[in-house]
Write a protein that binds this ligand. Structure first.
Ligand SMILES: [Fe+2]
Length: 404
């Protein structure tokens, strides 16, 4: 990159925001579908070599490229779930009913003005850290290992794998608007925090991310899962041999979600700025979702257009979902908080929340965070280091117990 371009990039990052117009993004020197391995080696995957590639993406990452214009026009006309229901935070039972039916629900006004401003600032700050690392050759930015260009995860870019060392994220674990809905969804207040991160795309993320689930449900039939389903209104019916019958088993699996993630909306989701797509009713589908090459157009258009800034989408993480093209001039950030069901043991949880942060939380949040809280005086390895490359994150988390 030339000195002039470096200076330009520096000034772009100085004023970086995650809502409203920004000069960031649209790097025409980053080819479509290019991905990086853990060390930053590039692979052009637009011939379908890498499974995450979108074979239908425009051929150039340029705002007014004819292929981009054609896709923009198509999205302007067709993007978004028709009749998307958006609940108010006071509609607790309605929100839970839609969540259990569809595998997700959008709720407006989860964040007040101060909380929204705090998280926007945090999202811009963490993104600035990521983008300030030079890209290869003449590219403006370095991509994230295994992700399509101009797409990053806050959690996956953090060397601790979570953002719980940052108050902008940690302070959102227990909100007066979200906690009653979580309790209604889980059928109990004994859920636990798993992590906090979320994803974002820069303007010019022209490819669709492949449809996927965030976690596989082993569908174990534990005593606690049956109890939780019962608390949610599932009637336990048995077959002629006294075992729970198949419709009951299916209902238990549908209603008792293993994990719930809330993604919060930093800027209104529009047809143009990369609204997340969610496929209703796929939370207990056993088949894998279609590949990018096979995905039908109606699935690509099944997006949450109309979700306003300050809203959030409660997601059963099993539900098929994916990111969509951001053809606007605005960053689309969806920071999140991730919760595990009450029946989970502490196994697999990582202690990524510093004790000093935990001390600032509400009593309920302190209980919810007990499995992720580090001991006093122990800084979570890697916390505070943001890097898109997996190898650099591994180095940072190994480097020392205290990195700040
Ligand atoms: Fe995902």
């Amino acid at each position: 990159m030339t000195e002039t371009n470096k200076r330009k990039l520096h000034s772009e990052l100085e004023g970086l925001i995650v809502h409203g117009e920004t000069p960031v993004g649209w790097d025409e020197n980053t080819p479509p579908n290019e991905t990086l391995d853990q060390y930053g080696n590039l692979s052009a995957s637009n011939r379908g070599v890498v499974p995450v590639a979108d074979p239908r993406s425009p051929s150039r990452r340029v705002y007014d490229d004819p292929g981009v214009e054609a896709l923009r026009e198509h999205l302007r006309q067709h993007n978004g779930i028709r009749g998307l229901e958006i609940c108010e935070p006071t509609e607790i039972k309605r929100a839970a009913r839609i969540f259990h039916r569809d595998g997700f629900v959008v709720v407006a006004d989860l964040l007040n003005a101060e909380q929204l401003a705090r998280w926007r600032e945090g999202c811009a700050r963490a993104l600035r850290d990521i983008l300030s690392i030079s890209g290869q050759g003449n590219r403006k930015y370095i991509g994230e290992t295994g992700r399509l260009p101009h797409r990053y995860g806050y959690g996956t870019s953090s060397a601790s794998r979570q953002m719980l060392h940052d108050l902008a994220w940690a302070s959102m674990v227990d909100l007066p608007t979200t906690t009653p809905i979580l309790i209604e969804i889980f059928g109990s207040s004994d859920y636990r925090l798993w992590g906090s991160g979320g994803d974002l795309c820069l303007p010019g993320a022209i490819e669709y991310q492949h449809l996927h689930s965030d976690g596989k449900d082993a569908q174990h039939l534990s005593e606690s899962r049956i109890k939780r389903a019962e608390a949610l209104g599932v009637e336990l019916k048995t077959d002629s041999e006294g075992n729970l019958d198949v419709p009951t088993l299916k209902l238990i699996m549908e209603m008792a979600a293993p994990s719930v993630t809330i993604n919060f909306v930093m800027s209104d989701l529009t047809w143009e700025n990369g609204p997340i797509r969610q496929l209703p009713g796929t939370h207990t589908v056993q088949q894998p979702p279609p590949t990018s090459a096979d995905e039908p157009e109606w699935m690509r258009l099944s997006t949450l257009v109309g979700a306003p800034a300050g809203a959030g989408v409660f997601r059963d993480v099993r539900t098929w979902h994916g990111a969509t093209p951001n053809l606007s001039r605005e960053v689309r950030a969806l920071p999140n908080v991730e919760y595990a069901a009450p029946s989970r043991s502490s196994e697999g949880f990582k202690k990524t929340m510093p004790h000093e942060i935990w001390e600032t939380l509400t009593p309920h949040a302190q209980k919810v965070c007990e499995f992720v809280k580090a001991e006093p005086g122990v800084w979570p390895p890697g916390a505070g280091v943001m890097h898109p490359l997996a190898s650099k994150r591994a180095e940072a988390s190994k480097a020392s117990d205290r990195v700040l």
